[in-house]
Ligand binder design. Structure first.
Ligand SMILES: Cc1cc2nc3c(=O)[nH]c(=O)nc-3n(C[C@H](O)[C@H](O)[C@H](O)COP(=O)(O)O)c2cc1C
Length: 207
């Protein structure tokens, strides 16, 4: 945990609640100016982010309601441009533009990235800028996904302000089809071998 995370997440109401429930002392040292701000992604976070095929993104409406939407794509579609900048192509969907509209009023986002097989999650707080595809061809090229069937309408650039790794508690272990594919292929091959061997043995017994 780092100072930037504490400054953003531990609002006065949160601190009051921690005080009331006896945990304020566990986190008080994060406020010390000597503590690493922890607002720059390291190689560890960059590798983790680039291995994901989706994340949950929360925005805030002008009426104060949080709104969470899932953003998915091929592994690595959320690009790490540098230690404080992420970017992704925002694909055309049902054209409700809830996240996009929220971001035009309030640029704050909170995202959570899940690695279900390894039961790991990373939370990131950032400011989002929406860049029309035509306005910045270099940026559009940086988030382009060769061979992926989706139409990016804009690039969302996230300026990271804080992040925090969560503990693995209560994360169910899940695997996607592509994560299971190598094991399934090995199993299928083994079944085929055993079927062939079985057929040979049956034929031998009959002869
Ligand atoms: C034809 C089509 C229909 C969709 N319908 C839904 C839907 O009913 N609910 C939903 O959450 N997402 C739906 N999606 C996916 C969203 O449009 C997509 O995730 C989009 O980025 C949502 O952005 P927003 O929730 O910020 O408006 C649909 C996508 C397409 C292409």
């Amino acid at each position: 945990m780092a100072r930037a995370f504490s400054e953003i997440a531990f609002t006065q109401s949160v601190r009051n609640r921690q005080e009331e429930l006896g945990s304020r002392g566990d986190y008080a040292s994060l406020d010390s100016p000597g503590v690493d701000p922890g607002d720059h992604l390291t190689e560890i976070e960059a590798r983790f982010i680039q291995a994901r095929d989706g994340f949950y993104q929360a925005t805030v409406s002008e009426t104060g309601w949080p709104y969470v939407q899932f953003r998915g794509g091929p592994v690595g579609f959320l690009k790490v441009l540098d230690a404080t900048t992420l970017a992704y192509g925002d694909f055309r969907g049902n054209r409700q533009y809830i996240s996009s509209g929220n971001l035009s009023d309030n640029d704050r986002v909170s995202i959570i990235l899940m690695d279900y097989p390894n039961r790991t999650r990373l939370k990131i707080w950032a400011r989002a800028q929406q860049v029309p595809i035509k306005d910045d061809p270099d940026l559009a090229a940086a988030v382009a996904l060769q061979g992926y069937r989706a139409l990016p309408e804009r690039v969302v650039v996230l300026s990271v302000e804080a992040f925090d790794w969560n503990c693995p508690q209560h994360i169910p272990q899940r695997f996607t089809l592509s994560e299971l594919a190598p094991d399934l292929t090995a199993l299928r091959n083994r079944i085929r071998e055993l079927e062939e061997e079985n057929a040979e043995l049956k034929a031998f017994l009959k002869s």
